[in-house]
Design a protein around this ligand. Structure first.
Ligand code: PAF
Length: 254
């Protein structure tokens, strides 16, 4: 597996090759990421991943500092999974404009998580556009845990006539129902025991109000629970750790 921290070297390697599959990540990989990688490897002649903890999408500097980093373990997992190349750029390489240019969306990005994390989705869209332009993939893979992010990236691809197919992949859960997330590493043992209740409550509560009350009783600090277009979205904190999840309100027909 080739690892590129220099974007010029990456451009030379990419030149003249057919379009790969691409999995952008912020590292701290878990089986949810690996399900995206497996799909990318299965569907494409070659597969590229990126690891970059993107400062532009963290509205809270403490959250950026605390974001788990384990690059060596990540690279080992990507190699085992069959990834051919990994982009590992530093901030200077990816933001030669020193953050002067920023892509913004004016509706969906302001709702749900966007209402609680101002600027977050503009930061995501900006870095994803940069990465898609660098990699020029045939398909790029994103997890449905970040469902709002997936919808916004699809919308961006359509709005800017990008040549990449945006593929959404199902949430991977722990056996107790907790959606896999790099942030789960930061839960203490008691929080980890409570965390799966987020999924249980949003799956079983009759309405968002009932879910908010049940989560608050369990010790969550709830950002929101909202039903939008047959899907229930939720974000809630346990201490410093913010968890998100979403479930379909209507089960798809078998
Ligand atoms: O979902 C993530 O890990 C990030 O938001 C992404 C898509 C890699 C952009 O930084």
């Amino acid at each position: 597996m080739k690892v590129f921290d220099e974007l010029d070297a990456w451009r030379d390697y990419r030149a003249g090759r057919e379009a790969p599959g691409f999995i952008p990540t912020m590292g701290a990989l878990h089986p949810g990421h690996l399900s995206l990688v497996q799909r990318g490897v299965a569907e494409n002649p070659w597969t590229v991943a990126s690891i970059f903890v993107n400062p532009a999408q963290f509205n809270d500097p403490a959250d950026l500092r605390a974001y788990p980093r384990q690059v060596d373990a990540d690279l080992a997992q990507l190699e085992t999974a069959g990834v051919e190349a990994v982009l590992l750029p530093n901030e200077k390489a990816l933001y030669p404009d020193e953050y002067r240019y920023r892509l913004s969306e004016s509706e969906l990005s302001r709702r749900l998580c966007g209402a609680h994390r101002p600027g977050h989705f503009d930061g995501v869209l900006t870095v994803v556009l940069k990465l898609l332009n660098l990699v020029r993939p045939a398909s790029a893979y994103f997890g449905e845990k970040d469902y709002q992010q997936l919808q916004l990236i699809r919308g961006m691809a359509e709005a800017f006539f990008l040549q990449t197919r945006i593929v959404g992949c199902p949430i991977v859960r722990e056996v107790d129902g907790l959606a896999m997330s790099s942030r789960n590493l930061r839960l203490d043992p008691e929080q980890r025991r409570t965390a799966p209740q987020l999924h249980r409550v949003i799956t079983t509560a009759g309405g968002p109000g009932e879910a908010v009350a049940a989560l608050a009783d369990l010790g969550f600090e709830v950002d929101y629970v909202e039903d939008v277009d047959d899907r229930r979205f939720a974000a809630a904190r346990l201490g410093e750790v913010r968890l998100i999840d979403n479930v379909p309100l209507v089960e798809p027909a078998p």
